[in-house]
Design a protein around this ligand. Structure first.
Ligand code: HEC
Ligand code: HEC
Ligand code: HEC
Ligand code: HEC
Length: 358
C-alpha cells in the first residue's frame, strides 16, 4: 500500500516534470505589440532564436571611406571599359571593387577575389560572364534603392540594399528559388492539381502548394481572394487560388520571422484600413521582387552556365527570404547603403535639373 503510494507519486512527479519541460519555453518568449491598441496584433519573439538570428544577420564593418574630390579625374576618363560606375573618382572605384570582392568572392582560389569577375591580368576584358552579371546587378541595386525606396527605405531610417544584403559572402545567395519539375507520382493521380501536401521551406512546412513564387513573384496573378461583403455574388476565387494565396502568405511570414498579425488584423484580412503600415511596405515588396526577377535576373539567363541554373533551366531567383533571412528588417536594419555612396546612381546633371520649365 505504502509502496504503491510512493511509486504512484514518483510517476506523477516525473510525468509532471516532463510536461513542464516540453510545454513551456525558456527563456519566456517576448511579445511585441504592433497594431492598434487592444487588437492583440502582436509578434512573438523567442529570445533564444532571436539571438541566433541576430548572429546570422550581422552587417560586416564598412571599408574605410574613399576620397571624392570632384576636380579629380573620373573613372570613365582613366579606365577603358566602364559603363555603370564611370562617374566615380578612381579611389571610390577601387573601393567598390574591393567591397564587391568581399561580398561576392571573398575566398581563396582561381575563381575568387578580383578573378571572380575578371580575366586574370586584364581588368578591361569582358571575357567572364560574372563581370556581365555584376554590371547588371549594379544597375539592379540602383533601381532597388531608388524606384523601390517605398520598400527598402520605408522605415524611419533609410536602410537600402547593397550586394551583401543578398550575397553575404556567397557567389549565389543562400535563399533562391527556381521552377521545379512536376512530381511524377502526384501527376499520375491528379493531373491538374498543383503540387501540395509536401512540406517544403517555401510554404513554411504546410500542406499548401509548394510553389507560390512562379505565380506571384514572377507573374502577377491576383493575390486577393476575399469578398468585400458577406454576400458578394461575383467572387469567383476558387479554393485552389485561396490555397495559393495562403502559401505565399506563409512564405512571407516565415521569411520575416513574424506571424500574420504583423501585417493583418485577423478580423479583416483584406481590409487595408485595419492593417499595419508594414502591410503596405510588403505590398511594395511584392512588386519589387517581381521587377528584380523579370527585369534583371531572368534576362541574364543566356549568360549563366548550366550549373548556375535551376533543374528546368531557368535562373535562380529572389524571394522574400533572399534578403530577410528570418528577420523583419534585413541585417537587423543596418544602414549599410549609407556607408557605400558608390552604389548610388550617378547624380543627375545640373543642367537638366535647373532647366526652365514652360
Ligand atoms: C563581383 C564582380 C567584380 C569583382 C569581384 C571585381 N570587379 Fe572589377 N569590375 C567589375 C565590373 C562589373 C566592372 C565594370 C564596371 C562598369 O562597367 O562600370 C569592373 C571594372 C574594373 C576595372 C576597370 C577596367 C577597365 O579598364 O575598364 C578595374 C581596374 C577593376 N575592375 C579592378 C578590380 C580589382 C582590383 C578587383 C579586386 C579587388 C576587382 N575589380 C574585383 C566587377 C568586379
Ligand atoms: C536582390 C538580391 C541580389 C542583390 C542585391 C545582388 N545580387 Fe547578385 N545574384 C543574385 C542571385 C539570385 C544570383 C544567382 C542567379 C543565378 O545563378 O541564376 C546572383 C548572381 C550573381 C553573380 C554570379 C555568381 C556566379 O558565380 O555565378 C554575380 C557576379 C553577382 N550576382 C554580383 C552581384 C553584385 C556585384 C551585386 C551588387 C552590386 C549583387 N550581385 C547584388 C541576387 C542578388
Ligand atoms: C509582411 C506582411 C504580411 C504578412 C506577415 C501576411 N500578409 Fe497576408 N497580405 C499581405 C499583403 C501585402 C497582401 C495583399 C497582396 C496584394 O494584393 O498584392 C495580403 C493579402 C492577404 C490575403 C488576401 C486578402 C484579400 O483581399 O482577399 C489573405 C487572405 C492573407 N493575406 C492572409 C494572410 C495570412 C493567413 C497570413 C499568415 C499566414 C498573412 N496573410 C501574413 C501582407 C502580409
Ligand atoms: C532586395 C532585398 C529585399 C527583398 C527581396 C525583400 N525585402 Fe522587405 N525589406 C528590405 C529592406 C532593406 C527593408 C527595410 C528595413 C528597415 O526599414 O529596417 C525591408 C522592410 C520590409 C518590411 C517592413 C519591416 C518593418 O519592421 O517595418 C516588410 C513588412 C517587408 N520588408 C516585407 C517583405 C516581403 C513580404 C518581401 C517578399 C515579397 C520582401 N520584403 C522582400 C529588403 C528586402
Amino acid at each position: 500500500m505504502k509502496f504503491n503510494l510512493i511509486f504512484g507519486g514518483l510517476i506523477a512527479a516525473v510525468a509532471g516534470l516532463a510536461f513542464f519541460v516540453v510545454t513551456f519555453e525558456r527563456p519566456r518568449p517576448d511579445s511585441v505589440q504592433g497594431g492598434f491598441r487592444g487588437t492583440s496584433m502582436g509578434r512573438v519573439d523567442n529570445p533564444r532564436t532571436q539571438a541566433a538570428l541576430t548572429v546570422r544577420n550581422q552587417a560586416p564593418p564598412a571599408i574605410e571611406a574613399a576620397e571624392d574630390d570632384p576636380t579629380s579625374p573620373r573613372a570613365s576618363e582613366i579606365y577603358e571599359n566602364v559603363r555603370v560606375l564611370g562617374h566615380l573618382s578612381v579611389e571610390q572605384f577601387g573601393r567598390i571593387m574591393q567591397a564587391m570582392t568581399e561580398w561576392v568572392y571573398p575566398g581563396e582560389g582561381p575563381n575568387q577575389g578580383c578573378n571572380g569577375c575578371h580575366v586574370e591580368g586584364n581588368f578591361a576584358a569582358e571575357g567572364k560572364y560574372q563581370k556581365t552579371v555584376a554590371r547588371r546587378m549594379l544597375q539592379m541595386v540602383q533601381t532597388i534603392n531608388t524606384t523601390y525606396s517605398s520598400h527598402v527605405n520605408a522605415g524611419p531610417e533609410p536602410v537600402g540594399v547593397t550586394c551583401y544584403t543578398c550575397h553575404r559572402g556567397n557567389a549565389v545567395p543562400a535563399a533562391v528559388w527556381a521552377s521545379s519539375p512536376p512530381n511524377a507520382r502526384l501527376h499520375r493521380l491528379l493531373s491538374t492539381a498543383p503540387e501540395q501536401n509536401r512540406p517544403v521551406a517555401a510554404n513554411a512546412l504546410s500542406s499548401l502548394p509548394t510553389d507560390p513564387f512562379s505565380s506571384y513573384l514572377l507573374r502577377d496573378n491576383p493575390i486577393g481572394v476575399q469578398s468585400a461583403t458577406s454576400r458578394q455574388a461575383d467572387n469567383n476565387a476558387s479554393i485552389l487560388q485561396t490555397e495559393w494565396t495562403y502559401s505565399l502568405m506563409m512564405h512571407m511570414s516565415s521569411s520575416l520571422g513574424v506571424n500574420c498579425t504583423f501585417c493583418h488584423n485577423s478580423r479583416n484580412f483584406s481590409g487595408w484600413q485595419d492593417s499595419t503600415p508594414q502591410r503596405v511596405t510588403a505590398w511594395h515588396g511584392i512588386r519589387m521582387v517581381r521587377a528584380i526577377n523579370n527585369d534583371y535576373i531572368e534576362p541574364l539567363r543566356p549568360e549563366f552556365p548550366p550549373h548556375r541554373l535551376g533543374p528546368l533551366g531557368d535562373t535562380l531567383k529572389v524571394n522574400c527570404t533572399t534578403c530577410h533571412q528570418g528577420v523583419n528588417e534585413p541585417l537587423r536594419g543596418a544602414q549599410m547603403l549609407r556607408d557605400y555612396p558608390e552604389l548610388n546612381p550617378p547624380p543627375r546633371r545640373a543642367s537638366l535639373e535647373t532647366a526652365p520649365r514652360n
